[in-house]
Design a protein around this ligand. Structure first.
Ligand SMILES: [Zn+2]
Length: 243
């Protein structure tokens, strides 16, 4: 039969040239149901990726880097979608300013939220290569390339982002509850980072924790050094002098 996507001839369930399914003429309800089921399948797709990243990130990442790819959502797509979910949650919920904040501090927080809403995805995309560079330098022993470190960190970042998103709901319980949840969320992200590093990059727990924290701090500093001039510029455009 002829592939509806690329036109090559094939006799298998999927096109050998482009990978499109054989049964794709008109979009049908049956087809939509199949793709929905696939998206929530425990054997491949979103749930499978999230589940494995939660339960066995080490073997999942080794599998992925080793070539077992089709059962997982790709790292870039995974991280970008997680980032989009996060930004939607952040935009939908008004994050309360901490109790006792001055008007000036509140204005800066608001500005930061606005800045993040506007440039969230590029900001998000910047974080991954920075942290990948840091883990590449700090954990050379396994011999992974920069691209492999980038894939690992995109998966980590994606899962951290998904796990962090429900924290915005705590804003409904006031600023104190939000701050506590936020702090716990950051602690959870760091713990997850060290845990995954221990499984894929580090031989020992103490190198995973120490190296992981160093990578997080160095990447954060580099991140803010790059982002700050843009934030200042953004503030200037909005008529706020940050410095
Ligand atoms: Zn094709």
């Amino acid at each position: 039969m002829k592939c509806m996507n690329c036109g090559s001839d094939f006799g298998t369930p999927y096109c050998g040239q482009c990978g499109q399914e054989a049964a794709s003429g008109k979009v049908t309800v049956a087809e939509m149901k199949r793709s929905l089921l696939r998206a929530f399948s425990l054997e491949r797709g979103w749930l499978h990726t999230v589940f494995d990243l939660c339960v066995r990130p080490g073997s999942m990442l080794r599998d992925y880097l080793g070539g077992k790819r089709i059962v997982y959502i790709g790292p870039v797509k995974f991280a970008l979608t997680a980032g989009a979910v996060y930004l939607i949650a952040m935009g939908a919920i008004h994050v309360p300013s901490p109790a006792g904040a001055t008007a000036g501090e509140e204005r800066v927080l608001e500005l930061w939220n606005e800045f993040y809403q506007r440039f969230g995805q590029p900001l998000f995309l910047l974080a991954a290569p920075l942290i990948a560079l840091a883990t590449r330098v700090l954990f050379p022993a396994r011999g992974y390339s920069f691209a492999e470190h980038l894939s690992i960190n995109l998966y980590i970042l994606g899962l951290q982002t998904l796990a962090f998103t429900p924290i915005f709901a705590m804003a409904y319980f006031g600023s104190n509850a939000f701050m506590v949840a936020y702090a716990l969320g950051v602690a959870m992200m760091l713990a997850y980072f060290a845990w995954v590093i221990r499984q894929v990059l580090a031989e020992r727990w103490w190198t995973a924790i120490l190296g992981g924290m160093t990578a997080a701090v160095v990447a954060s500093l580099a991140y803010f050094a790059i982002v700050l001039p843009f934030l200042v510029l953004f503030a200037r455009v909005k008529g706020v002098a940050l410095f």
